[in-house]
Design a protein around this ligand. Structure first.
Ligand code: ZN
Length: 245
């Protein structure tokens, strides 16, 4: 049987969302898990999410900006939103030295069986640039040597395609990857969706059939919010889970 990948992004310490995604992925026949990073940040279960991703799934992961800020103690948080910076500090207090080292050592990009993983963009993966339009996606394609690259960072699922006429984009949909296509796909966020839909997002890629599917799943948002508030995280972190922003 061929490999069926689940591509998980921006889990952001949301164990309630992650558990529902894993259950769905297994029911969908997923055999392998990979992640485009930001395992921690914003929510209240960073150690649990690291344990699942690293130990249970043995999941290849690339480093996201939150993973970076948490584990590189010399990075200035001045450019970071104060609420996000507060969670970075709190997250550090929750992690073991081993967890910190694991985050620290994650690569910025990673090739997997013929496709790439990156958190932000392949052109400058350490700059954490946001891809919100075709032009920003074009810079990535200059460095994309594989037909497929999955990314995250904006928490908004979308498909960018490189065509002879320039870069175009499509809303998330289920489709078959055709030969010659070059796609830069944002898998959306497991733990903090920002496209106005609070349901957890991830993508399935079946290597045999070449089918790509976007999944959205309801999970216990109230439980995740309660964890945030109980941990003393900024109220905004809890609020945004309810609205998907
Ligand atoms: Zn993120």
């Amino acid at each position: 049987m061929g490999r069926v990948y689940a591509i998980l992004g921006d889990i952001h310490a949301n164990i309630d969302a992650l558990n529902v995604v894993l259950e769905d992925a297994r029911a969908q026949g997923v055999t392998n898990f990979v992640s485009v990073g930001d395992v921690v940040g914003y929510n209240a279960a960073p150690a649990e999410c690291i344990r699942v991703v690293r130990d249970e799934l043995k999941c290849p992961v690339v480093r996201g900006n939150h993973d970076h800020y948490v584990s590189y103690l010399d990075t200035s948080l001045a450019d970071f939103h104060p609420a996000a910076a507060q969670v970075v500090e709190w997250t550090r207090s929750q992690l073991s030295e081993e967890d910190m080292q694991w985050l620290h050592d994650l690569p910025l990009q990673k090739p997997i069986m013929g496709f790439m993983l990156v958190h932000s963009t392949l052109d400058m993966p350490d700059r954490w640039g946001y891809v919100f339009d075709n032009q920003q996606a074009e810079a990535n394609f200059n460095y994309q040597r594989t037909p497929l690259c999955f990314h995250g960072h904006t928490h908004v699922p979308i498909i960018y395609a490189y065509t002879p006429g320039g870069v175009v984009h499509y809303e998330p949909c289920d489709f078959k990857l055709e030969l010659g296509q070059r796609l830069f796909i944002n898998v959306g966020s497991v733990g903090q969706p920002r496209d106005g839909d609070p349901r957890a997002s991830y993508v399935i890629y079946d290597m045999d059939s070449r089918f790509i599917r976007f999944r959205r799943l309801e999970y216990d948002v109230t439980a995740a919010q309660a964890r945030c508030l109980e941990a003393g995280l900024p109220e905004r972190c809890a609020e945004r889970l309810g609205v998907g922003r």
